[in-house]
Write a new protein. Structure first.
Length: 263
């Protein structure tokens, strides 16, 4: 077996994630707990994330709901605030939040990779739908229209000339951890435990077996134990002069150090 074949046979965990999700915290915990199993990150678009999981391109992934539960499992993690991205000199920038009705007269861009489940997008539609959210951001900066997205995407595509405000009645995007139902491996279970905040020794986690004490540790432990006195193990009482109370004088009842005078 060549070196490359040996390295490819080593266990590894492949984690996909969609734009806007920041997996750094969970990756750090994985590296601390399982340093011998490398974790590989794979950024994918929201549209292709499920295909990557089904095709075996990743063991698990952070995706946006909904998830087809016929062959994929999912654990919802959190819900994002929805915001509208506008130029900094736009009227919306002067308020703290808006509703979809406030955007009724605005051109609102609706990119093809939109992750919000609209019945009908707000505002006036643009002549064309941008291919991606990144393209839509460029159009907002050019004054072509506004864009409604999850807050993490607004942060991801931050520009100094743009800002965003919450849209109180817009659909919200929920992020979940997903994986193929027929591929729930031990490593997937390990990562589920990390995401759910389980400790290493939790009942569902694969806890490490307790380490056997080394001979040196055992010797140190025995050295701290007090040695027992030989004999019966009962303590010997001491007199005020430092002698033992169990001597000949104690039997005779006299004071120690002075012989009794005969009559």
């Amino acid at each position: 077996m060549t070196g490359s074949e040996a390295s490819s046979s080593l266990p590894s965990f492949r984690l996909a994630y969609v734009p806007g999700v920041t997996p750094a915290k969970w990756v750090r915990i994985w590296n601390e707990r399982l340093p011998d199993i490398p974790l590989t990150l794979l950024q994918v678009s929201a549209a292709e994330a499920f295909g990557v999981l089904r095709d075996g391109g990743a063991d698990a992934g952070f995706v946006r709901l909904p998830v087809d539960d016929t062959d994929l499992s999912a654990i919802p993690l959190y819900t994002e605030t929805t915001v509208v991205v506008v130029p900094k000199d736009h009227a919306v920038a002067a308020v703290e939040e808006v509703t979809t009705e406030d955007l009724a007269d605005e051109v609102v861009l609706h990119p093809l990779d939109d992750t919000l489940d609209w019945e009908r997008p707000p505002g006036e539609p643009a002549f064309e739908r941008p291919a991606t959210t990144a393209d839509a951001i460029e159009l907002v900066a050019a004054g072509i229209g506004l864009l409604v997205v999850p807050q993490s995407l607004a942060r991801l595509h931050h520009r100094k000339d743009l800002t965003y405000r919450p849209v109180t009645d817009a659909p919200e995007s929920r992020v979940a951890l997903s994986w193929p139902q027929d591929a729930t491996t031990d490593m997937v279970e390990d990562f589920i435990g990390i995401v759910r905040g389980r400790t290493v020794n939790s009942s569902r986690g694969r806890a490490k077996p307790p380490e056997e004490k080394k001979p040196q540790q055992k010797a140190q432990q025995n050295a701290h134990q007090k040695p027992k006195r030989p004999g019966t193990g009962k303590p010997t009482a001491r007199t005020s002069r430092g002698g033992s109370s169990g001597g000949r004088n104690a039997k005779s009842g006299g004071r120690p150090g002075k012989p009794r005078r005969r009559s």
